[in-house]
Design a protein around this ligand. Structure first.
Ligand SMILES: [Zn+2]
Length: 669
């Protein structure tokens, strides 16, 4: 098709199919008309082919088609396409040099975004051999003009400058949305935005953390060295024609009627909770409560906005503190592979900026500043597993607070001010400071996590590697069975692909409401715990746990695909909450749940008798060595005010805190 034919034909198309939209766009002062490409194809397949074949030439002349139409005002309007054919839709990782010059449609999550740069220059050249126009985005600060490296026809020199234009421009880096394969660096590509694609409204859509669909032409641009020097290397980028906001990719998981049948059947199964637990990390024995907590985290609660505007998060945060060999990291990694957008990072290798967001100088492309999203933003609407959480520097932990309570990350640095989405459920894992977990020392002393942050976790668990002949034997059998004998047993009851779809199904469709009877159960539990507070007793439970209970109950109802939160949900999460409180806050001295301890504050019972005895043993170990006479420990403990030494020692032996290598002697574990 000749150039003029394309202009005329497209004009005819607009007049017939888009006249009303075009007229109102112009009256409303809009700069762009969004055109469904499939309608162009229906109108005239040859026209559609012509646009797809030579987008560089055709997209730039489509504006002239608008000028041919009789409209209320004469305005320049950009034609932006959506719904381009499947054949031009491609995954980032599959983009190759052969696609240069083609129109492509690509999905990705924005990872980096530059500020909007005014007066970015684009120079159009003409090939001396074939006459093809080639536009080169000028990335140099020093204004030396860059010509095209080559033309499609093979010509490499003699390009004539025909046109120069200045734009408001911005670049993004988008990342492949769903990495099924792990360990692989996510594929990324640069996207170049100009004109009204950089408007404030579009800017919000294209901030890091958002998922977008980009339609544009794949182009080469000269790569700049750090010092802005000339290189022969070329960088590829997508010169955007259109950007569409895409909701989270949960719905990208196609759930066909067959899947739906399976999901509905699972949801009705009376053993569904056990089945889900058994399907999460099936090779790992036990840890049922922790696994249930993670399952609830996957399904998630519902965010709420109260009448006064207070926002209550729906994300469930879980903390696992455990002995190094307890399998925590493995569990966290497996979890992060289960659902879309989930991330696994280690606190040892990640900075606060790598977790939240950072602003850096753009040495790569247009100059100025770039906003880069960290793991929490990239896992918006999903889960972020942060291993070695206590290794995250204390000042960086502060940066996590906003994300954990509000679901956003605000950043203001240089010329960039932005609020990024981070509605991310956090699964954090850490080792106790002292190496092994000690249930008789307040967490504050064992974990390097600041108190405010600690209180943001809905559930906290201790994974203890305590020798227990009964459990050890079962675990050994389990491992043997998994690895050597009944291989089919190692398969999860619910396959990961189905579990993923199940979670997606529940998250997108189910919004459970609290029933009165369940509310009463939750309230009674809360009030009962509260009533233990007052006087000398430590505070039992705070409103924060009450909110956590509701979130957890919502998630529990979602698993049954129930639109009602019922008594069974309330009871399930109360049991879980009790386990969590007990593991982290139960005060063995008073027999009460001590929320201050669970949340890290020092308490009256802090220097418990057990602690005193442990200190005495430590002291004696330093003086006389590993094996210590019980008599000596008893004498010193009594001096420190421990009156019921024998009872307490028996408990310590039972708990595995100390052991007796030979009669009348003690040794620390
Ligand atoms: Zn040429």
């Amino acid at each position: 098709m000749k150039k003029q034919d394309i202009i005329d034909k497209f004009s005819e198309f607009l007049r017939e199919v888009y006249y009303k939209d075009l007229a109102s766009a112009i009256v409303e002062g809009k700069k762009s008309l969004y055109v469904d490409f499939s309608l162009v194809d229906k109108f005239d397949p040859l026209l559609a082919d012509a646009i797809l074949e030579k987008p560089e030439e055709t997209l730039s002349i489509l504006g002239e088609s608008v000028e041919q139409i009789d409209l209320p005002q004469k305005e320049k309007v950009h034609i932006r396409f959506f719904n381009i054919p499947e054949t031009n839709s491609i995954r980032i990782r599959n983009i190759r040099a052969e696609h240069i010059g083609k129109i492509l449609s690509v999905d990705g999550i924005v990872k980096r975004a530059s500020e909007v740069r005014p007066e970015v220059s684009e120079i159009t050249f003409e090939c001396p051999e074939c006459g093809k126009p080639i536009t080169v985005i000028q990335t140099e600060k020093d204004k030396t003009i860059r010509s095209p490296a080559r033309c499609e026809c093979g010509c490499r020199r003699g390009f004539k400058q025909v046109n120069q234009r200045l734009y408001d421009a911005r670049w993004l880096t988008i990342e492949e949305p769903f990495e099924i394969t792990t360990g692989e660096r996510p594929s990324e590509i640069m996207v170049y935005l100009k004109e009204d694609l950089t408007s404030p409204k579009m800017r919000n859509k294209t901030e890091p953390g958002n998922k977008i669909k980009v339609t544009g032409i794949l182009k080469e641009v000269p790569r700049r060295t750090v010092r802005g020097q000339e290189t022969r290397q070329m960088e590829i980028l997508l010169d955007a024609n259109n950007i569409e906001a895409v909701e989270v990719e949960w719905e990208e998981l196609e759930i066909d009627p067959e899947d739906e049948k399976k999901i509905l059947k699972l949801a009705k199964d009376p053993h569904i909770y056990d089945k889900l637990i058994a399907s999460l990390a099936p090779t790992m024995y036990g840890m049922d409560e922790i696994k249930l907590a993670i399952i609830l985290q996957l399904f998630g609660g519902e965010p709420k906005i109260l009448k006064d505007g207070t926002r209550i998060r729906g994300n469930i945060h879980v903390l696992l503190i455990g002995d190094p060999s307890a399998g925590k990291s493995q569990l966290m990694q497996l979890t992060s592979r289960l659902i879309p957008r989930a991330k696994y990072v280690s606190g040892r290798g990640v900075t606060g900026a790598g977790l939240t967001a950072t602003v850096v100088r753009d040495e790569q492309f247009l100059g100025g500043w770039v906003l880069e999203a960290g793991a929490l933003v990239m896992s918006n609407n999903s889960i972020c597993a942060i291993d070695e959480f206590s290794q995250v520097a204390v000042q960086d932990q502060v940066a996590l607070q906003e994300a954990m309570s509000l679901g956003t990350i605000s950043i203001a640095k240089a010329s960039i001010v932005a609020t990024l989405p981070a509605q991310t459920a956090i699964l954090a894992g850490g080792n106790p400071k002292l190496g092994r977990f000690d249930p008789y020392i307040p967490i504050r002393e064992q974990v390097n996590i600041n108190e405010v942050l600690l209180s943001r976790f809905d559930l906290k668990f201790a994974l203890r590697d305590v020798p227990n002949p009964d459990v050890d034997a079962k675990m050994a059998d389990h491992i043997l069975k998994m690895r050597h004998f009944e291989e089919e047993e190692a398969k999860p009851i619910i396959e990961p692909y189905l579990l993923r779809k199940y979670v997606a199904y529940a998250r997108s469709r189910i919004r459970p409401v609290m029933t009165k009877r369940a509310a009463i159960v939750l309230r009674d539990f809360y009030l009962k715990m509260r009533s233990k507070a007052g006087g000398e007793a430590p505070v039992a439970i705070t409103l924060r746990q009450y909110e956590a209970l509701m979130r957890l109950a919502e998630a529990s109802a979602k698993i049954r695909l129930s639109d009602k939160i019922d008594i069974e949900d309330a009871e399930r999460v109360i049991k879980l909450m009790k386990t969590s409180l007990r593991q982290f806050g139960f005060d063995p001295e008073t027999g009460m749940i001590d929320i201050d301890r669970a949340e890290g504050t020092m308490t009256s019972a802090q220097r418990s008798k057990i602690r005193i005895i442990l200190d005495v043993i430590d002291e004696l170990t330093n003086i006389i060595g590993k094996t210590i006479p019980i008599e000596e420990v008893a004498r010193r403990a009594r001096e420190e005010g421990v009156d019921n030494f024998d009872d307490i020692l028996r408990r310590m032996l039972n708990e595995g805190l100390v052991f007796s290598p030979k009669p009348n002697f003690l040794q620390k574990v």
